[in-house]
Design a protein around this ligand. Structure first.
Ligand SMILES: *Cc1c(COP(=O)(O)O)cnc(C)c1O
Length: 369
């Protein structure tokens, strides 16, 4: 991998291709594949990842909010884009940019019908979201007749799919709960389809769903974290390759005497002489304060260097007493050897959070295209 001269998130597109092919190998060839690229493609680079997924043959993309879909359209992405959490105030932008809303409540359905009518749309593609136990967004059983009546009353929209989302697809202890969710999704979506004169697609599975419940793949699956190289389970992680590697360099090295302190609030106090390295990355780049005080560590010349004291806005100081290193040397925060999952675990969080936390200030560089 390339050397960097500043804090950089290196994105390995060959790893993305590998992960895409791996996930595809877990589903039937005819099952459609939706790549989830919300939150800057899990903190990486939304346009670069979307372009690569389009080139690899993904069938659909999904984002969380309308503004994210608009960015993709501006970059020339042609694939259909599902917006998982559209808000009423963005409906005009959504329609202008040919984004497809998840319709998750009576209010959203009514308001979207109005917006579609005002823009003189016919058969505008929408996706009906059912709540089957996550209790986040979605219609319930008692809404099915309402959905059908409102949809039939107007020519404005066409239901392209019915979908739901698993609450604990990675948790083997919640298998009964997940199977229940799948079952109630079948009942809800079948009830909807029975009352329509056409057959929307059905989809339910995220990455861990693809691995653990392949029998519920229906016509499409929706994968995010797996594409970026994380499988929520060690045996799946072993098959995937992290796309993002966060690198930085050593700005300065200090010899610290016994009884000196390092950083704000003197949160680290040395009881022996040590050597510290200052790195140009801090909480404004996504390394939260919870990684400080010895919890998180970076890798320098293949050795562990724990974070000393508090994380600053733009810098961290790490312990390099036992490491042969010099100013300008490369530092790996997380990536292909020490995964983001392991780095996140040091601060009691998960890969999803550390990946999406990497701020837009950090330079992105794609390799392996
Ligand atoms: C984010 C999201 C996904 C992707 O989940 P992963 O665990 O990252 O694969 C799928 N579906 C919905 C509704 C989501 O919000």
């Amino acid at each position: 991998m390339s050397k960097v001269g500043e804090t950089t998130l290196v994105l390995d597109l060959a790893a993305l291709e590998h992960n895409y092919n791996y996930l595809r190998s877990k589903i039937k060839p005819e099952t459609k594949f939706l790549g989830v690229v919300k939150a800057f493609a899990y903190g990486s680079d939304m346009v670069t990842i979307a372009q690569k997924l389009e080139q690899l043959g993904a069938d659909y993309l999904a984002v969380a909010y309308v503004s994210e879909g608009v960015l993709l359209r501006k970059a020339g992405i042609q694939l259909p884009i599902l917006v998982l959490h559209p808000l009423v105030s963005n409906f005009d932008d959504l329609i202008t940019n040919q984004l497809e809303p998840s319709i998750y409540s009576r209010n959203i359905l009514n308001q979207f019908l109005e917006a579609a009518k005002a823009q003189e749309q016919t058969n505008y593609p929408v996706h009906i979201k059912f709540n089957t136990g996550l209790n986040r967004l979605g219609f319930s059983e008692t809404d099915v007749d309402f959905i059908v009546e409102e949809t039939k009353r107007s020519e404005c929209i066409k239901i392209i799919s019915a979908f739901s989302h698993l609450a604990a697809s990675e948790d083997v202890n919640e298998r009964d709960f997940s199977l229940n969710q799948i079952n109630s999704f079948k009942n809800l979506s079948n009830a909807l389809m029975d009352k329509l004169s056409y057959q929307p697609m059905q989809h339910m599975l995220n990455t861990s769903g693809i691995i653990n419940y392949p029998e519920a793949q229906f016509e499409m699956v929706r994968s995010g974290i797996g594409l970026y190289g994380y499988g929520n389970q060690a045996q799946v992680d072993a098959q995937l390759r992290p796309v993002a590697t966060l690198k930085t360099i050593i700005s300065q090295i200090h010899q610290i005497d016994a009884n000196e302190s390092i950083g704000y609030n003197r949160a680290f106090k040395s009881n022996k002489p040590i050597k510290s390295a200052t790195l140009p990355i801090g909480h404004a780049d996504g390394i939260g304060r919870q990684y400080g005080k010895g919890k998180g560590f970076v890798t320098i010349n293949n050795k562990k260097a724990p974070i000393l004291g508090n994380v600053c806005m733009d810098m961290i100081m790490v312990d390099v007493t036992e490491i042969d290193c010099k100013e300008g040397d490369e530092v790996i925060v997380f990536g292909h050897q020490k995964s983001a999952e392991k780095f996140a675990a040091t601060a009691n969080t998960i890969s999803y959070e550390i990946l999406t936390a990497i701020s837009q200030r950090v330079k992105r560089v794609a390799v392996g295209a």
